[in-house]
Design a binder for this molecule. Structure first.
Ligand code: G3P
Ligand code: MG
Length: 250
């Protein structure tokens, strides 16, 4: 890539931990992402039948564990019985589906956590999440993102200190203008990595927004994102991205 257009080094955001090298959204995956030098980890949450915040991408356990069923219909005791590692590799057998609090407890304080809310369950979900973040002094360490922007607005209204990030896979006409339309302070934009260009990024940074595109795993994509000046990159391979940045002296 052209060195002349290099900008500041973006933060490395481990997607579902280090999902390319460990079973996604498990403590093993978050531990690996931390060991590999991630500045932030991204994870996905749902709420169980008994109101626990469960770290899992899908709304069922079917794909990533040895049991099946919808998370919102299962008691957390049942969810905790599931093996969330063997599907990825026998060497991860026995990994559990984590509670959100376990990820915060596991990771060093300097690693920020991007909580992607998958379950737009409404007022009860908002209350459970905010109670956890407030009650445990987790607000400062957190960026909450979602494809559900109304949910983000609700959370921001309830907790003005909360940093919110807009997730989208749309080819927007003007990214910074969309954020401005929400008429609240937005911390970050999380576009699909293929749908943001140089002018978009420049205008968004000028508007004070962080730009954390998802999920870029190839060096050619990292180089393009670097060249347009994103401020973070969400990747399944945080270790490889760290190595790539260091080879570029970033
Ligand atoms: O938060 C970035 C990315 O995780 C959004 O999509 O489906 O991987 O959760 P998904
Ligand atoms: Mg996600």
């Amino acid at each position: 890539m052209e060195q002349s257009i290099m900008v500041n080094s973006p933060i490395v955001i481990g997607h579902r931990g280090a999902a390319g090298e460990a079973p996604e959204n498990t403590l093993a995956s978050f531990r690996l992402a931390a060991e590999q030098g991630s500045h932030m980890v991204e994870l996905d949450i749902h709420m169980s039948e008994d109101g626990k915040l469960i770290v899992c991408h899908d709304d069922t356990l079917d794909r990533t564990t040895d049991i099946s069923g919808a998370i919102r219909s299962l008691h957390s005791d049942v969810i905790r019985e599931a093996d969330a590692g063997s599907w990825f590799s026998p060497s991860f057998a026995g990994e559990r589906v984590p509670f959100l609090e376990e990820v915060y407890d596991l990771l060093p304080e300097h690693i920020e956590i991007n909580v992607e809310v998958k379950d737009s369950g409404g007022a009860l979900f908002d209350e459970v999440l905010l109670n956890y973040l407030r009650g445990n002094n987790r607000i400062d360490r957190t960026v909450v993102s979602s494809f559900d922007h109304k949910l983000l607005l609700r959370l921001k209204q309830a907790e003005p200190e909360l940093r919110i990030g807009l997730l989208y896979a749309a080819d927007l006409i003007h990214h910074a203008s969309y954020a401005a339309l929400l008429e609240t302070e937005v911390w970050s934009l999380h576009p699909h990595h293929g749908l943001i260009g140089a002018c978009d990024a420049e205008d968004a940074v000028a508007a004070g927004l962080h730009i954390y595109p998802y999920t870029a795993n190839r060096s050619a994509d990292w180089d393009r994102l670097l060249s347009i000046g994103v401020t973070g990159i969400i990747t399944d391979y945080p270790g490889r991205l760290k190595g790539h940045l260091s080879r570029l002296n970033l």
